[in-house]
Write a protein that binds this ligand. Structure first.
Ligand code: HEM
Length: 449
C-alpha cells in the first residue's frame, strides 16, 4: 500500500491573472468548467484574489459541513462600503451563528405563508399593463416585481407612496455602487471616503438608512398597537430577541436588511427570466406545469401553489442549470485538508455550483432542462448548491423559492406568451450577476383561461 503524500501549498491553475479576470467577468460558467476539465477537482484561480476552487461533491461536502470556527469573515473594503460593517456578511464563528439564529427564521416557514398574497399582487401589478401582441422584455417587469416584493414583504413598505420613496432611494444606491468608477476604485482597493464616487455613494446609502430607520420606528409602533396587515420580515426582526433577552442593534438590522435587498433582488430577477425562458423553450414542460396548475385556477391559495411538486421541480432545475451565484466563497481560519492538499489558514476557497451542477454522475445530460430529475431522486446539500450551504447558506432560500413559485404561477395562469428568442441563449454580465443576454423576450398572446 502506498502512503498518500500531502502537498502543502496551492493546487495548480492557469498562470495569467489578467486573462482569468477577463474570462471571469465575461463568462464565469464557461471559465470554471473549462478549468475543472483542464486542472481537475481542485485548482487555483487568480482574479481579484487568489482562490482555490472545487466542484467535486465530496470536497463541497467538506466545505459546507465544516464547523463554524473553520472560516473567517472575508474583509474587503468595497463590499463593506455597500453592505455595511454590522451585518452577518462581516461576521464569523459564534457571533455569526448567534445573529443568523435571530434573523433566518423570519425568512422561512410560517412567516412566509402570509406574504403570498402580496407577492401575487406585485406580479399582477407589474405585468398587467402589457397588451396582447406586445413584446415583453421579461427582465424589465421582473426588476419591478422583485423590488416591489422586497419592499412590501421585507421592509414593510405598505403604501404606494412609501414604496416610491424606497424605489427612488434604492435606485440611487444601486447606481452608486454599480458604476464603473466605483467598481474600479474598489477593485484597486482604494479606500478613501473623499473620492467623489464614494462620496456620492455615501450620500445615497445614508438616504436609504434614513428610510430604514423610519421603517423600524413604524414597525415598533405597529407591533405595540398590534394592528396592521401581515407582519413584514423587518417588523419580526425588530421584535426578535437573542437568548439573553436583548435585541439586535439598529445598525445591525439596517445592514442586514440592506444586504437582503442587494442579495435578494437581482438574484430573483435573473431566476425568473431563466424560468420563463426554459418553460417556453421546452413547451412540453410548460404544458405539464399548466396541467398541474389548472385545477387550482389563477386565484389559488398561494400556499397551495407552494406545495405543487412539478412547480417545485421546475424552479430547482432552473436554479441548477444557471445558478445565479457561480461559487460560494470562504476564507480559512484554520488549515483544511482537501484531497491531498493541506491548505493553510488564510487561504480563500470556493465551492462552485457552476461545476457541481454539471457533474455527470449527479446530473446526466446536465446541459438539458429536465425538471423531472428532481422528482426522480433527492439531492444532498453538497450535491445542489444554488443557495450555498453550511453556516452561511442564503437566508432567503425558502423566501425566494416561494416567491418564484407564486410569481411563475401567477404569470402562467393569467396570460399566454410566445418566446421570441431563437437559438442558444447567451449570458451577459450586469453588475455582479450574469443574466440571459436578451433579458428574455416574450410576446403576450392574451389571457390564459
Ligand atoms: C433565486 C434567488 C437567490 C439566490 C440564487 C441566492 C443565492 C445566494 C447565495 C449562493 C448566497 C451565498 C451563500 C453562501 O455563501 O453559502 C447568498 C447569500 C445571501 N442571500 Fe441569497 N439568494 C437568493 C435570494 C435571496 C433573497 C430573496 C434574500 C432575502 C430576502 C437573500 C438574502 C441573502 C443574504 C442576506 C445573504 C448573505 C448571508 C450571509 O453571508 O450572512 N437571498 N444568496
Amino acid at each position: 500500500m502506498t502512503a498518500t503524500t500531502i502537498v502543502r501549498g496551492l493546487p495548480p491553475g492557469p498562470p495569467l491573472r489578467m486573462l482569468q479576470l477577463i474570462r471571469y467577468v465575461r463568462d464565469p460558467y464557461a471559465m470554471l468548467r473549462g478549468y475543472a476539465r483542464r486542472y481537475g477537482d481542485l485548482f487555483t484561480v487568480r482574479t481579484a484574489r487568489v482562490c482555490v476552487m472545487t466542484g467535486r461533491p465530496d470536497f463541497v461536502k467538506q466545505i459546507v459541513t465544516a464547523s463554524v470556527d473553520q472560516f473567517d469573515a472575508i474583509h474587503e473594503p468595497g463590499p463593506a462600503r455597500v453592505l455595511g460593517l454590522h451585518g452577518t456578511t462581516r461576521m464569523a464563528g459564534r457571533a455569526l451563528r448567534r445573529d443568523r439564529r435571530l434573523l433566518v427564521p423570519h425568512f422561512q416557514g410560517e412567516a412566509l405563508n402570509v406574504l403570498g398574497g402580496m407577492i401575487r399582487e406585485a406580479a399582477i401589478e407589474a405585468f398587467a399593463g402589457f397588451r396582447p401582441g406586445e413584446t415583453i422584455v421579461v427582465r424589465e417587469p421582473a426588476i419591478a416585481v422583485a423590488l416591489d416584493i422586497i419592499l412590501r414583504t421585507v421592509f414593510g413598505a405598505d403604501t404606494p407612496e412609501r414604496r416610491q420613496e424606497f424605489r427612488t432611494a434604492v435606485r440611487a444606491f444601486s447606481k452608486g455602487f454599480g458604476n464603473a468608477p466605483f467598481m474600479l476604485l474598489t477593485a484597486l482597493k482604494f479606500d478613501n471616503d473623499e473620492l467623489p464616487p464614494y462620496r456620492r455613494f455615501g450620500a445615497a446609502r445614508r438616504r436609504l438608512e434614513d428610510l430604514l430607520q423610519d421603517a423600524m420606528r413604524r414597525a415598533r409602533a405597529t407591533s405595540a398597537d398590534g394592528d396592521g396587515g401581515p407582519p413584514s420580515v423587518l417588523s419580526r426582526v425588530v421584535a426578535a430577541r437573542y437568548d439573553d433577552g436583548t435585541a439586535m442593534s439598529d445598525e445591525a438590522i439596517r445592514d442586514n436588511m440592506i444586504t437582503a435587498l442587494i442579495a435578494g433582488h437581482e438574484t430573483s430577477v435573473v431566476s425568473l427570466c431563466w424560468g420563463l425562458y426554459w418553460l417556453h423553450r421546452e413547451p412540453r414542460y410548460l404544458q405539464m406545469l399548466l396541467d398541474e396548475l389548472a385545477p387550482l385556477g389563477p386565484d389559488a391559495d398561494p400556499m397551495a401553489w407552494g406545495r405543487l411538486p412539478f412547480l417545485d421541480a421546475v424552479i430547482k432545475e432552473t436554479l441548477r442549470l444557471w445558478p445565479v451565484v457561480t461559487d460560494i466563497n470562504r476564507k480559512l481560519a484554520q488549515p483544511m485538508q482537501l484531497g491531498t492538499y493541506e491548505l493553510p489558514a488564510g487561504t480563500n476557497i470556493a465551492a462552485s455550483s457552476a461545476i457541481l451542477h454539471y457533474d455527470p454522475d449527479l446530473y446526466p445530460d446536465g446541459e438539458t432542462f429536465r425538471p423531472e430529475r428532481f422528482l426522480e431522486r433527492r439531492f444532498g446539500p453538497h450535491e445542489y448548491l444554488p443557495f450555498g450551504g453550511g453556516e452561511r447558506m442564503c437566508p432567503g432560500s425558502h423566501f425566494s423559492v416561494y416567491e418564484l413559485k407564486i410569481v411563475l404561477a401567477t404569470l402562467l395562469t393569467r396570460w399566454r406568451y410566445t418566446l421570441l428568442d431563437e437559438g442558444t441563449m447567451r449570458v451577459k454580465r450586469m453588475g455582479a450577476m450574469m443574466t440571459p443576454a436578451t433579458g428574455v423576450r416574450l410576446r403576450l398572446d392574451g389571457a390564459r383561461w
